[in-house]
Design a protein around this ligand. Structure first.
Ligand code: HEC
Length: 319
């Protein structure tokens, strides 16, 4: 998870059976790409890959390599058909559908006499990915690479400007030397760490006990219908250094709420690492209350279950 303006130190180490190791200096730092990107809520992870193109094979290229395209096309030289770079220079994203159609139907006349075979067996989605890859080779599409050193510090501040949310991706990639006697034998590898927002919506719980459902109160989403022993759970949460969890509860009027909430590691019967009393009553007014629950994690990385027990916590919709 990330927190406003907090910093994280990182270090990237590459070891390769033939090439050596970045720590011993046999692999030089400029062969390893390291980036740190902020991906706003709802945006594609593809943004994190910018800068690693050489070391991360795009999906469209993988599909093209498995079909007949390479018999007539190459990236930067004309074969039977124009090079992909020439095509990328001539067209933009607006021509995407036109290009998909051309690849599907084949034909000639745009670049000269030679004929492109038709590809009726390929589906539109696959062809679309190939077209996206071809168009990404355009010089206009080149995004400035902002590479980081092998070790350093990153800071979480991009999300503060916008509507806090989204994730950060720290990514490292390496393209090895390959075998000098075998063409195209270089292997690429990449690794990434994803930092998620520290605010988690209860409705997005990975696990919910059967009685719990998603509800809304005004514009806010919440989980409701909580009964004795109801629980919700979140997978893969880093608990390292976690000291407390803030939690909000919404109560409707004229219902006598009483209960205990427990936070457990791993499972609904796992170790209790935090607990708090919940309760509310008002004849006419709804209540919205925040709780700061101190926790004592015993594991570094765990699933977290919030269990609501001994309670009369949430009336059923008719209650
Ligand atoms: C038999 C040879 C051949 C094969 C196989 C082939 N192409 Fe082509 N391709 C051509 C030729 C020749 C042209 C130029 C056609 C023209 O002038 O209209 C062309 C043109 C194109 C164009 C540009 C179309 C335009 O209107 O400007 C794209 C994009 C393209 N090919 C992609 C592909 C992809 C992707 C594949 C694999 C699925 C593929 N081609 C397979 C020969 C081929």
């Amino acid at each position: 998870m990330y927190f406003n303006n907090k910093k994280v130190n990182y270090k990237v180490v590459v070891n390769d059976a033939e090439d050596g190791s970045s720590e011993e200096g046999t692999i030089s730092a400029d062969q390893i790409k390291v980036t740190f990107s902020y991906i706003p809520e709802g945006e594609d992870m593809i943004k994190a890959i910018v800068g690693h193109q050489q070391n991360v094979v795009p999906e469209g290229k993988t599909i093209m390599d498995a079909t007949d395209c390479k018999a007539c096309h190459a990236i930067d030289v004309q074969v039977n058909g124009p090079s992909y770079m020439e095509i990328a220079e001539k067209y933009t994203k607006e021509n995407r559908n036109y290009l998909i159609d051309r690849i599907k139907k084949g034909g000639s006349g745009v670049w000269g006499e030679p004929l492109m075979s038709a590809h009726p067996q390929l589906d539109i989605e696959e062809i679309g990915k190939m077209v996206d890859y071809i168009l990404s080779l355009s010089p206009d599409e080149k995004v400035e690479e902002k590479l980081l050193p092998l070790s350093g510090t990153v800071r979480f501040k991009e999300h503060i400007k916008g509507d806090s949310g989204g994730k950060y991706v720290l990514m490292a990639s390496y393209l090895d030397q390959g075998n000098a006697e075998v063409p195209n034998s270089a292997l690429a590898t990449s690794s990434q760490v994803i930092f998620k927002a520290s605010k988690i919506e209860a409705e997005e719980a990975d696990i919910k006990s059967e009685d719990v459902g998603n509800w809304s109160a005004g514009s806010a989403g919440l989980v409701g219908s909580i009964k004795h022993n109801s629980y919700i759970g979140f997978n893969n949460i880093n608990l390292n250094g976690l000291k407390s969890i803030s939690f909000s509860a919404f109560y409707i009027a004229n219902y006598n709420y009483k209960g205990i909430m427990e936070i457990r590691e791993g499972s609904p019967t796992g170790t209790v690492i935090g607990t708090t009393q919940l309760g509310y009553f008002h004849e006419t007014k709804e209540g919205f209350m925040s709780y700061e629950i101190p926790v004592r994690p015993t594991a570094d990385q765990e699933s977290l279950r919030t269990q609501l027990t001994k309670s009369n916590l949430w009336p059923t919709p008719t209650g």
